[in-house]
Design a protein around this ligand. Sequence first.
Ligand code: 0PR
Length: 373
Amino acid sequence: MSREAVESLLREKKQKDLSYERVLSSMCTYPHEIAAYAHKMFLESNLGDSGLFPGTKEMEGELIRMIGALLGNENVYGYISTGGTESNIQAIRAIRNRRKREGLQAMNIIVPETAHFSFDKIADILCVNVKKATLDDALRVDVNSVEELIDAETICIVGIAGTTEFGQVDPIEELAGIAKGKGIFLHVDAAFGGLVIPFLAEKDKYRFDFSLDGVSCISVDPHKMGMSTIPAGCILFREDSYLANLEVSTPYLTTRGQSSLTGTRSGAATAATFAVLKYLGRAGMQRIVDECMRLTRLLVQGAKENGIQPVIEPVTNVVTLSVEEVDRVAEALKAKGWTVSTTRKPKSIRLVIMPHVTEERVKLFLEDLTTVV
Ligand code: 0PR
């Protein structure tokens, strides 16, 4: 095909993709302009053979320290993954491998009922039993339920800081106390909340990071609220030795071994994450989260004024609204051009107020929502 023909084909396909303007269902958003710039500059960079790309590797090292510092400890160990799924797999794989080496045969992990579906993949791939703990009224994991599920084969407790469906934060401080007391690995899935909670006015109510002794590992995704490009996740371990539990030797590469799950691994997303976090700094991230939270409150207030109640008062920038005939409402909103998602238990309309959402769109959405309901 000619260059023109390919370009025209690409434009045609691009037109079929939705633009984010009326997407209220997604935890992703437009990457920041500087992230896109850096991504393009490092397109060919491959951290799977990092000896060829020492500059990219330096950025990754600095990012781990930067994100670690934001999450309570700059002396943590990890790497830039492809996202929350890989990070969750790697967290559980690290502790599974360690316990296996210690001779444990059957193993289980305890996750909240609200855990992301990546834990179903983990049960399948890693052959660990995944036990689901029940929730309290505010849809946080019930700590008593977690304690009751612990047995001699429990290798890990998972807490979620920013649940996928409700944006809720589990009582991580209490989970950390239990984990520390019993010597169990605690993994915090902060894929969404990790770059939101540190910037909340009430952040002290939602402690979830390495400042809590019992937290062993955290997953946080720059390709969600970090405004980086896809694929950018980040896995952080308190102890270096967990990376060793993941390592395989890579004799013919420029590096001795590899702890990541994927082999070839985008350095572009690392450069993009580095660029956007350096550029925004904490003050810039603060402004972005402030605006998302302001619009979150505006949306909830507008819904309430029209007699529609939220399932929980939003903790992060996820709004869930209790309406009757959830599926019909979602369909009718779709017909008006809005993409929303729905939650399972309880059923509700779910909206994620990402940086691409503006005040004007919140107001337009509220009008349509009220009409439809
Ligand atoms: N952990 C949590 C708490 C998550 O919310 C997610 C994804 C993951 C792990 C997995 O992350 P990756 O998808 O990066 O592997 N949460 C969103 C979800 O599944 C992801 C998403 C993003 C979905 C954009 C749709 C979308 O348009 O709903």
